[in-house]
Ligand binder design. Structure first.
Ligand code: ZN
Length: 160
């Protein structure tokens, strides 16, 4: 289905060329965390401000390949303005999508015992994030796609 793949490539390139929510936030009140993917040289720094149980603001800086930067941009638009609870659901659904067909090496440890990822695409709508589904076919790129998401998980824990 080349039509769909073209559309997906367009979405990823659009986020890479015109990254959303680029910038820094004053710390505090915001929290910040930097994630690295040495395999590819990707680097993402996130700034998160939580207010009233919501992701009040989320910005990022960083550099790296198109997948890592596009994924971070898409993540920021997906969770910004959402309740923390919903942000966690989106993270879980995305990581479930990214771990399809991957055996054993789910991530930087700690992922094994994670809750039911099976119903990942059940109630959470991933929208444009679906464009990154094709990355699963290239295991080396999965770390690029999940870098910003793993960094967000750390930040959400920190800011909670
Ligand atoms: Zn990369």
């Amino acid at each position: 289905m080349p039509g769909l793949e073209d559309l997906y490539r367009e979405i990823i390139l659009d986020h890479y060329r015109h990254p959303r929510n680029r910038g820094e936030l004053p710390v505090p009140p915001a929290h910040t965390e930097t994630g690295y993917n040495p395999l590819c040289g990707d680097e993402i720094t996130l700034y998160l401000r939580v207010e009233d149980g919501m992701v009040a603001d989320l910005t990022l800086t960083g550099q790296g390949c198109s997948i890592s930067q596009a994924s971070a941009s898409m993540m920021s638009t997906a969770v910004k303005g959402k309740p923390i609870e919903e942000a966690h659901q989106i993270v879980r659904a995305f990581k479930a999508m990214m771990s399809l067909h991957v055996d054993g090496t789910g991530g930087e440890g700690g992922v094994q015992g994670e809750e039911t990822t099976r119903s990942g695409n059940g109630q959470v709508k991933l929208g444009d994030l679906e464009a990154l589904r094709g990355v699963v076919k290239f295991p080396i790129r999965i770390k690029c796609a999940t870098l910003s998401w793993n960094t967000l998980i750390q930040l959400l824990d920190e800011a909670a």
